[in-house]
Design a binder for this molecule. Structure first.
Ligand code: OOG
Ligand code: MG
Length: 260
């Protein structure tokens, strides 16, 4: 193992421990400004391998910074992606313990379910024909970095802040998802109001980008996988006892209950 691989493993360890202990860690880029995007994705992959060695399963990927609102909120303006694993999938209706998180935030998203493989440069039509269902979704992001602050390489290494997600009812992919209202309420009060069109102009484009970006790491999007398109609005802090509901125009709703 060369020294860079060794360093990659060590950094994955730091982030994994931060997650397991629900304890924020300093940004990697402060001590290692030389980490580039390529190494950041390798750190992410090494972290996911650790999780899989603890019997988690890979369920798909999530896209990040696909809307202006998110880019502005976090001061980052490149698309990123992360991996979704089985321990991140939350069941609608269950109360989700906040103890496993550091400083969680919640975002309104759209999920795709693939029934065909997608790899590399695909057209919008190819992407659409690889999906057998779409659903409204909520993502919990929880940066492992202190104060939720990071560089692009930091956040990529940290699995793009992904920490949890819950899916609503699967709907037909024939439904027009290009301009769905996305109203996220916490305890009955709207906290974020937007449209799915904020996701790259049309959430289907996020799937095209997901296939392209994953291919840069030699990964294809596999049949059966879930792809989260990225938040349509800025994220909102999630606190103990919050009840979150995302209402859409015609895709239905999805709920999440935050517990102790
Ligand atoms: C990075 C993850 C961004 C999204 O939907 O845009 C993301 C972060 O904001 O911490 O999940
Ligand atoms: Mg997100």
């Amino acid at each position: 193992m060369d020294s860079k691989q060794h360093q990659t493993g060590q950094m994955a360890d730091i982030l994994d421990k931060a997650m397991l202990n629900s304890q924020a860690t300093p940004q990697l880029s402060l001590d290692y400004p030389e980490i580039g995007l390529k190494q950041a994705y390798q750190i992410q992959a090494a972290g996911i391998e650790k999780r899989m060695s603890r019997s988690e399963k890979l369920l798909g990927i999530k896209m990040g910074f696909t809307s202006r609102a998110k880019m502005l909120q976090m001061g980052v303006d490149d698309l990123i992606w992360g991996r979704l694993t089985s321990s991140m999938q939350l069941v609608e209706g269950d109360s989700v313990s906040m103890q496993r998180f550091i400083h969680p935030r919640i975002e309104p998203e759209i999920a795709f379910r693939l029934n065909k493989t997608l790899k590399g440069k695909v057209s919008l039509l190819e992407a659409m024909s690889a999906v057998d269902a779409v659903a409204p979704a909520l993502e919990i992001i929880d940066s492992r970095y202190a104060n939720f602050k990071f560089s692009l390489a930091d956040v990529v290494a940290d699995n793009s802040s992904s920490s949890g997600f819950v899916l609503g009812q699967w709907c037909s992919p024939k439904l027009d998802i290009s301009n769905q209202a996305m109203v996220m309420e916490i305890n009955g009060k709207p906290v974020q109001i937007g449209s799915s069109s904020a996701i790259l102009g049309n959430p289907w484009r996020s799937l095209v980008e997901a296939a392209r970006l994953a291919a840069e790491s030699d990964i294809c999007l596999e049949a059966g996988w879930i792809v989260l398109a990225g938040a349509a609005t800025a994220a909102h802090p999630l606190n103990v006892a919050d009840h979150v509901c995302l209402h859409t125009s015609s895709m239905g709703q999805v709920h999440l209950q935050a517990g102790e």
